[in-house]
Design a protein around this ligand. Structure first.
Ligand code: FES
Ligand code: FES
Length: 154
């Protein structure tokens, strides 16, 4: 039995093997497909979610790790920082195919929320683990600068 609190809703999964990666719990058991499968090895960031507010690679994290914890996915990402990022992403036409962008936003939100006054270099460095096969990195960095400025940061 695994119990998760996903985007504010308690979800009980009585028959779930606790070793099942969270990515498949979200996509296959809960029908939440915003979290993407990229590499399956913790290397690309496409599957990034938050577990108790911390960015987590859902493809390599067993459900047991999140038992009783708060799980946030791109579908449930909200708040002042998330709003600023979504506005900047939209204004800057950031996505190309869009596949990686949920994971990018999950990482960006954590970075701006947890270290609002970090330098631009630190901010950019925090995004290094999120790969974009379309190469939207320049637009992502610009949108993060914009969101940070809108939030009163650097
Ligand atoms: S799919 Fe999880 S890090 Fe690539
Ligand atoms: S926008 Fe296509 S993979 Fe990033």
């Amino acid at each position: 039995m695994v119990k998760l609190h996903v985007n504010g809703e308690t979800r009980e999964l009585p028959d779930l093997d606790p070793a099942t990666p969270l990515l498949w719990v979200l996509r296959d058991h809960l029908g939440m497909t915003g979290t993407r499968f990229g590499c399956g090895k913790g290397l690309c960031g496409a599957c990034t979610i938050h577990v108790d507010g911390t960015p987590t690679r859902a493809c390599i994290t067993p459900a047991s790790v999140a038992d009783g914890k708060k799980v946030t996915t791109i579908e449930g990402l909200e708040g002042r920082v998330a709003d600023a990022l979504r506005n900047a992403w939209s204004a800057g036409n950031v996505p190309q195919c869009g596949f990686c962008q949920g994971g990018q936003l999950m990482s960006a939100e954590h970075q701006l929320r947890s270290a609002p006054s970090a330098s631009k270099e630190k901010r950019d460095g925090a995004m290094d683990g999120n790969i974009c096969r379309c190469g939207t990195y320049t637009r992502i960095r610009k949108a993060m600068d914009q969101a940070s400025a809108d939030l009163g940061g650097e």
